[in-house]
Write a protein of this length. Structure first.
Length: 160
């Protein structure tokens, strides 16, 4: 099989990559969607949400089929009631330790390496403990990379 060289654009001209040169490009694909908050109150950064029957988002909770199908986590600092905001569906979501404390019930942010799940007891929260109660759902939301970074990788719900 023949060796092929990638094409690059240098000073507006297409060229083959020269021997000894390397490609330097940021690779970060993050999917986001703009949705309207259907909750009676504001929804904060990091809060898990699902798409409601009205086509808006509301706080997700892992105890019922109607609220367990997560769309993603709120990316904006806060989305006011009836206002549109950004929901992140994958990639790394960065928030302050205080912001993570508010949605994960932690102190000092996330625990690096820990998996986080949709909370079955309180809508809009995450937990580092997978649900174990019959009738609840296990929904892994992602893995903490640090106290401030969560790699979102939402898994399908598993009913207990």
């Amino acid at each position: 099989m023949a060796t092929k060289k990638p094409l690059v654009i240098t000073s507006g001209q297409i060229q083959q990559l020269q021997a000894g040169d390397t490609l330097d490009a940021a690779v970060s694909e993050v999917d986001v969607v703009s949705m309207t908050n259907a909750n009676a109150g504001p929804i904060v950064i990091g809060a898990p949400v699902y798409v409601s029957v009205a086509g808006s988002v509301d706080l997700a909770k892992a105890d019922a089929a109607g609220t367990v199908q997560m769309l993603g986590l709120v990316k904006d600092t806060s989305i006011a009631t009836s206002e549109a905001g950004i929901i992140q569906t994958d990639g790394v979501l960065v928030a302050t330790t205080g912001q993570w404390d508010a949605v994960a019930g932690t102190t000092g942010g996330l625990a690096a390496g820990a998996a986080y799940y949709l909370d079955p007891d309180t809508a809009g929260l995450l937990t580092a403990t997978a649900p174990t109660t019959a009738g609840d759902f296990v929904v892994r939301v992602g893995i903490a990379l640090s106290t401030t970074d969560l790699d979102i990788s939402i898994m399908p719900p598993i009913k207990l």
